[in-house]
Design a protein around this ligand. Sequence first.
Ligand SMILES: O=C(O)c1ccc[n+]([C@@H]2O[C@H](COP(=O)([O-])O)[C@@H](O)[C@H]2O)c1
Ligand SMILES: Cc1cc2nc[nH]c2cc1C
Length: 347
Amino acid sequence: MNPLAAAKPLDEAARAAALARQAQLTKPPGSLGRLEALATTLAAMQGRALPRIQQPWISIFAADHGVAEEGVSAFPQAVTQQMLANFVGGGAAISVLAREAGATLEVIDVGTLAPSPVAGVIQAQVACCTANFCRQPAMSATQAHAALDAGAAACARAQAGGADLFIGGEMGIANTTTAAALACALLGLPGAALAGAGTGVDSAGVARKAALIDRALALHGLAAAPSDPLQALCAVGGFEIGALAGAYLAAAQAGVPVLVDGFICSAAALLAVRLNPGARDWMLFAHASAESGHAAILRALDAQPLLALDMRLGEASGAAAAIPLLRLACALHAGMATFAEAGVANG
Ligand SMILES: O=C(O)c1ccc[n+]([C@@H]2O[C@H](COP(=O)([O-])O)[C@@H](O)[C@H]2O)c1
Ligand SMILES: Cc1cc2nc[nH]c2cc1C
């Protein structure tokens, strides 16, 4: 893929038509709050005055991280590959949420340590694991482009499947350390600004994550000032994060609305936007993760998340939980009567 290819422009005529309809619906103007903006933004994204979410598509990208050997997670690395089988077996949270939402769910291995392919998982391994970025770059430039391409391929499948909403998710033990390091590099922040508990490390563990990120940023010459996005991905990134960024970029180029999940997905969204600012127009943000660094990344993206449920699971769960809200916004927008239709006086 070409990450720099222009994003599709939003359809401002469809937005204007949706705004005009909102002004006619039987309610005081603005009284449905952000549900109104959600409907009119989706109208501009989907190019129709009456937007809808009929075919949500969820792609989960899984990868392992060399930095796991530094003891940065509360869980063993083997959980990444074990969860692949749980996703396709139907027992993971996202399996349940996708079923409830009527969403297509696909799982892509972009670089786990799984010794053999897990049945039902799409194989798109860039390598079996990134290198430990405390010692050397996490990946080569060729691998970074392969990760972006794996994401773009998922977006192409979503488009071919008629998706009207694209959701990316991730699974990767240690990837809160990777996502924090990448976002620190992109924003010129120290590790302490974005390191958090992840799967549940204690405060001493969080402090170790922060110090380790600072050491890695210094090692790779990425400390203190915002870094070149592809250089940052190569130095301290992850394959699933690169794939998510590629999927978000491809969705913006193809004109498919994106619903961004939690902390790791937001770091990938930041990477996509730093590569290609036009991608931001195509992003909605599902929820405020309980991961402590999420708020700073959302601020950098000027993003207001829809939900705040103290979730911190990842695997697209927060985004899937927000699908019903998007549908409600569309249903209200399409189904409410206008003042004229209902014979209600429009003050
Ligand atoms: O998305 C989030 O907001 C989020 C916050 C904390 C943890 N996670 C998930 O937990 C895993 C990473 O946590 P850790 O502690 O191993 O870095 C990874 O599989 C993520 O999907 C996800
Ligand atoms: C069990 C488990 C499930 C997950 N799903 C996403 N990240 C995860 C991390 C763990 C540890």
